[in-house]
Design a protein. Structure first.
Length: 163
């Protein structure tokens, strides 16, 4: 299976593609979609969704794993990310590609075994799990690869306990 992981953001949306055969991970590609703060919000959100659709087509993604919206104090910074997530959900619904949303806690737990892991710990484990020579850069791409690992780990666990 080919998993497209997404770390949504308005300025920078990370993406990563991982092939998973039920036991082994094979990193395929990763990157970031950037939008300019001076551009119209509608155009930025549209660009992100369409570019991710092109990534999915290019690599033959069969499923999407994405970090869900999370905020603690500043809801105004979460609203643009929520708009990005909505556009992504719409785009992949059009493409008939299922999207699975995971909280930051779920992703950190799946990748490191610790829900309160620091960002650098998650990135180091992404490098180790995917047998990469270095931590993927930029950070948003590493986060997107962590989303892939979370989905695959969750799927693997479910198959083992036959949920």
């Amino acid at each position: 299976m080919i998993v497209l992981g997404i770390d949504p953001g308005l300025a920078d949306t990370g993406w990563g593609v991982v092939e998973f055969d039920g036991q082994h991970y094979r990193p395929v590609s990763f990157g970031v979609i950037k939008t300019k703060s001076g551009e119209d919000l509608q155009k930025r959100v549209y660009t992100i969704a369409m570019d991710l659709g092109e990534v999915a087509e290019k690599y033959g993604a069969t499923v999407v794993s994405m970090e869900d919206i999370f905020f603690t104090k500043n809801i105004s910074s979460a609203i643009p990310v929520a708009k990005v997530i909505g556009s992504i959900l719409f785009r992949f619904s059009e493409m008939n590609i299922p999207v699975h949303l995971f909280s930051p806690l779920q992703i950190k737990t799946a990748v490191t075994g610790m829900g309160r892991a620091e960002k650098n710990q998650v990135q180091e484990m992404v490098k180790v799990i995917l047998h990469l020579k270095s931590i993927p850069k930029p950070d948003h791409a590493a986060d997107a690869l962590a989303d892939c690992i979370c989905y695959c780990s969750t799927l693997s666990l479910k198959s083992k306990i036959q949920i």
